[in-house]
Design a protein around this ligand. Sequence first.
Ligand SMILES: NC(=O)c1ccc[n+]([C@@H]2O[C@H](COP(=O)([O-])OP(=O)(O)OC[C@H]3O[C@@H](n4cnc5c(N)ncnc54)[C@H](OP(=O)(O)O)[C@@H]3O)[C@@H](O)[C@H]2O)c1
Length: 335
Amino acid sequence: MTARDATVNWGILGTGWIASKFAADIALLPDARVVAVGSRTLDRAAEFADRFGIPRRHGSYEALVADPEVDVVYVATPHPFHVTDALLAIEAGKAVLVEKPFTMDADQARRVVGAARARGVFAMEAMWTRFLPHMRRIRELVDGGRLGDVRSMTADHGQWFAKDPEHRLFSPDLGGGALLDLGVYVVSLASFFFGAPTQVVAMSEPTFTGVDAQTAVLLRHTGGRLAALLATLETRSATWVSINGVEARIEIGGPFYAPAPFRLVTRDGKVEEFDLPHLGHGLLYEAAEVGRCLRQGLRESPIMPLDETVQILEVLDEIRRQIGLRYPWEDAPSS
Ligand SMILES: NC(=O)c1ccc[n+]([C@@H]2O[C@H](COP(=O)([O-])OP(=O)(O)OC[C@H]3O[C@@H](n4cnc5c(N)ncnc54)[C@H](OP(=O)(O)O)[C@@H]3O)[C@@H](O)[C@H]2O)c1
């Protein structure tokens, strides 16, 4: 796909919860369509394809990435499989949008980024929050100096999940735990506004399966900026953000990671409310950015650059080191 006005043809890899939200959102974009879906079984691919009116269905991920009709593959499997699924698509010459977290750790991310660059294909982490209308407006306000010197941020992402050992969020084999699923949002948010941290301090409590139930993180950034972050899968927290500048703060009353209203509160208490319109679940904005990049011949997005994705995973690696969170394959004896 090279023409500037061409329609982007998506292939969806995996047929779970987020894949269905993504398929529904792509239908809202005028210049994109889902042309194919791939599943580990043909039955599930067919069921998904019928549900969303997708013309081509494949009973393996290999067949999906080999489909000549597909321009870009959306990787929507649990995080431990992102590295192999993304590499599969890249090696087939496809652009990739990979669900968050991009991979389980920074080493895996470097492999995917290296392969995409070597093959000359587009790749991006699906950190959808960055592309949402409210977050782009907040970024404009911060960059435009409305907050003055920004000194700190607090952010939390908490969801309640029933304690089911089979559920992806609790399963060590499926890369479960609060940090990688929910903490990635708040670490990425701090990175978006403050860049890479210079110091990381973390503490955590495990859940009954051994992965982290809740993890709190303090980050120090250049210029003495601080971020206080929390991720939990034990409680539905406020999912609230405050970005604090010397002239004003921005409050996102939650859920900050999805389309949400927000307010700017000046130091002397004047309040300006913002409530921007949005379409669908909100995933179409990241998909639109992929389309924009492909049409312009870009191999990565300036809004979610690949080096920053690697840097965010380095921070998550350091947090995991401090809280002792390891996954089964990391302790498996090498053969
Ligand atoms: N952006 C967001 O808001 C958001 C929200 C939720 C999740 N996510 C991310 O999206 C990814 C998928 O999450 P999800 O909640 O959609 O998961 P899910 O509902 O469990 O679906 C995952 C899909 O991956 C495929 N898969 C491949 N190997 C698997 C295995 N060994 N076990 C289970 N499934 C396997 C399955 O599709 P087939 O059976 O068809 O092959 C399955 O339907 C995660 O990395 C997560 O962090 C993002």
